[in-house]
Ligand binder design. Structure first.
Ligand SMILES: Cc1cc2nc3c(=O)[nH]c(=O)nc-3n(C[C@H](O)[C@H](O)[C@H](O)COP(=O)(O)O)c2cc1C
Length: 199
């Protein structure tokens, strides 16, 4: 199985979630590409804010996502922090480059799932995943949710929803135990479903 984990993270929290999804997919036997959507914030703005600078440093080794990563993958996990209950411009900018793939039906039948982050409990975990997911419907992809089959989805007092993993720590602090478990289990499930569909 080949899984692409493609995300954007400004202050590092969703990056941590992406790493957990990557771990889960790798543990399930997948070859994983971890990729970050290209930054749109001017470098001068990043340089003036230590928390952004720190997060940029932390993610320096992660390659920038290209549409070829979607062509390569059997399964795709897409992650973005919430922006007023919606996807970030950075991940949207990446998805907006997939018109050619849509025209050719390249992603039809591939597995896809979503993850997010928000710094308030009711500030958009579900809406961000659902608004991100319209991409998958238009491409004819097969959506893989977290679901309550991951027991921690039913018991978490932090992030993690049936729609997909999430974190609500914000600002780059460590994930809660439940957030990390849900993200790893989701990564494993995505890899397994992607493998079955590819076969
Ligand atoms: C412009 C902007 C809008 C945001 N909107 C929301 C929001 O609607 N609800 C919320 O809970 N957090 C919101 N946040 C907070 C981030 O989504 C949250 O801190 C997230 O965990 C950051 O992820 P990152 O560390 O990967 O960048 C917003 C942040 C910014 C900069």
């Amino acid at each position: 199985m080949k899984v692409a984990v493609i995300y954007y993270s400004m202050t590092g929290s969703v990056y941590r979630l992406a790493r957990s999804v990557e771990e889960g997919a790798a543990e399930a036997g997948a070859t994983v590409r971890l990729r970050r959507a290209a930054e749109l914030i001017p470098q001068a703005v990043i340089d003036a804010r230590p928390e952004l600078r720190r997060a940029q440093e932390e993610q320096r080794s992660v390659e920038t996502a290209t549409v070829e990563d979607l062509v390569w993958a059997d399964g795709v996990a897409l992650g973005s922090p919430t922006r007023f209950g919606n996807i970030t411009a950075q991940l949207k900018n990446f998805l907006d480059q997939t018109g050619g793939l849509w025209a050719q039906g390249t992603l039809v039948g591939k597995a896809v799932g979503f993850f997010t982050g928000a710094n308030t409990m009711h500030g958009g975990h579900e809406t961000t995943i659902l608004t991100m997911s319209t991409f998958a419907y238009h491409h004819g992809m097969v959506i893989v949710p977290a679901g309550y089959a991951i027991p921690q989805v039913g018991t978490t007092r932090t992030g993690g929803s049936p729609y997909g993993p999430s974190e609500f720590s914000g600002k780059g602090v460590e994930l809660s135990e439940e957030e990390a478990i849900i993200a790893r289990a989701f990564g494993a499930r995505l890899a397994q479903v992607a493998g079955k569909l590819a076969r």
